[in-house]
Design a protein around this ligand. Structure first.
Ligand SMILES: [Zn+2]
Length: 242
């Protein structure tokens, strides 16, 4: 019937013209049975709630009870489904919250004879000078759930090329500041225009910026997937030219 209506109309398409639809409902259909059939053939494109505003002011709604009931039942089902999805999402969020809380409290045993995952030297030994600033109030190690352990300076050196320039700048400042504060001090003095701060707070900041993800095994490495194996200035690039 939808096809018939569309075929016999001379005004814009059914879906774009409420007036057109109104005209068809009023003059082209003959009773409830035909409107019900129209709804069935529309296959969900038109619902009873789309048609109700187009009926004359004094039409008995009772005559469309079946269609209205069906629409309400469908809405009820959709609401139940949404409730279930919300319940599931809440359960997942609760589980994640619990996991995160446990992660904060998690401890691990570190063998100081274990090699640093970056430089290969024993964790008990100082990091190589090439790793950058260390000592002072810098943390000694970073240990990740992946099992990799690093000298803090080695972890920072591995992380710097993988983060944004702004984050790298923040990390460098924190490292420099912490390394200048003698070990055991609780407060770090003013530094490059920044007021004094608690050493513990600076360490937490450094951990968030450079110790949150394993630089050898985490999402930090994803940008490398789109990076070429050799740089434009590398001799290797010329060696691959045909
Ligand atoms: Zn190292």
């Amino acid at each position: 019937m939808v096809a018939w209506l569309l075929h016999h109309t001379t005004v814009p398409p059914l879906a774009t013209s409420p007036y057109n639809l109104n005209t068809h409902i009023t003059y082209k259909t003959q009773g409830v049975a035909q409107i019900s059939e129209l709804l069935k053939e529309a296959g969900g494109v038109i619902n009873i709630e789309d048609l109700l505003p187009l009926f004359p002011d004094f039409v008995a709604i009772d005559r469309f009870k079946a269609a209205i009931t069906a629409a309400l039942e469908e809405y009820n089902m959709q609401i139940d489904q949404l409730k279930q999805e919300m319940h599931d999402a809440t359960r997942v969020a609760d589980a994640l919250r619990k996991d995160l809380a446990m992660l904060d409290q998690r401890t691990a045993t570190l063998d100081v004879a274990q090699p640093c995952a970056a430089c290969g030297g024993a964790l008990a030994a100082p990091p190589p000078p090439s790793a950058g600033c260390s000592g002072g109030s810098m943390p000694r190690f970073f240990l990740f759930p992946t099992g990799n352990a690093y000298h803090a300076a080695c972890c920072v050196a591995k992380t710097l090329p993988l983060v944004s320039p702004q984050q790298a700048q923040r990390i460098r400042l924190l490292v420099k500041r912490l390394s200048l504060v003698p070990e055991g001090k609780e407060m770090a003095p003013d530094f490059q225009g920044q007021g004094s701060a608690r050493v513990g707070d600076l360490r937490v900041q450094l951990q968030a910026e450079a110790g949150a993800a394993d630089p050898l095994c985490s999402e930090l490495l994803l940008p490398l997937l789109s990076r070429p194996f050799v740089g434009e200035d590398d001799d290797a690039l010329t060696s691959w030219q045909v």
